[in-house]
Design a protein around this ligand. Structure first.
Ligand SMILES: [Zn+2]
Length: 160
């Protein structure tokens, strides 16, 4: 998506054209913002509830995901999701995502085999040694976040 901008940016930087560099940065920011608007509008249209983890970009800095997370402008996306959800009258909840990566979304325990700590960061797929469920790291974490969000909803609000 940004590749053509990045190419132009490299050329302008090497040529030390400050105005051009600034203009390309602005263009990249706009492209990114447009993409986030489309993505967040689509999510709000297709769902009755949206749950997001409460992770701070700052605490992600040490992980391999830091660059992509910061690049994606997660906090901007979260803000869009929140106000669009409120505007559409759907549920928006920010959920404590501590241990959602390590917890098995099938049996609910934190098995010895789940990805942990620094070495766990490189693990994309893992199998729960307690129940045998096979997980994709991010999908498993997303399921746990969704489950926590559902648990927080009081009074049986219907959720798709
Ligand atoms: Zn399990």
């Amino acid at each position: 998506l940004y590749r053509k901008h990045e190419g132009a940016l490299g050329i302008a930087q090497r040529a030390r054209k400050k105005g051009r560099v600034r203009a390309i940065h602005a263009k990249i920011a706009n492209t990114r913002k447009d993409a986030m608007h489309k993505f967040s509008t689509g999510l709000v249209e297709r769902n009755a509830a949206i749950f997001v983890g409460n992770v701070q970009a700052k605490s992600m800095v040490k992980t391999r995901m830091a660059k992509s997370t910061l690049d994606a402008g997660w906090s901007m996306l979260k803000t869009m999701l929140e106000y669009k959800s409120h505007g559409a009258g759907i549920v928006f909840e920010e959920v404590n995502e501590a241990y959602t990566t390590q917890t098995c979304s099938s049996c609910g325990v934190i098995p010895a085999s789940s990805p942990k700590g620094r070495t766990g960061l490189g693990i994309r797929r893992w199998t729960c040694c307690e129940c045998g469920a096979e997980h994709h790291r991010d999908v498993n974490a997303a399921k746990n976040i969704a489950a926590r969000g559902h648990a927080r909803l009081a009074g049986g609000i219907p959720v798709l």
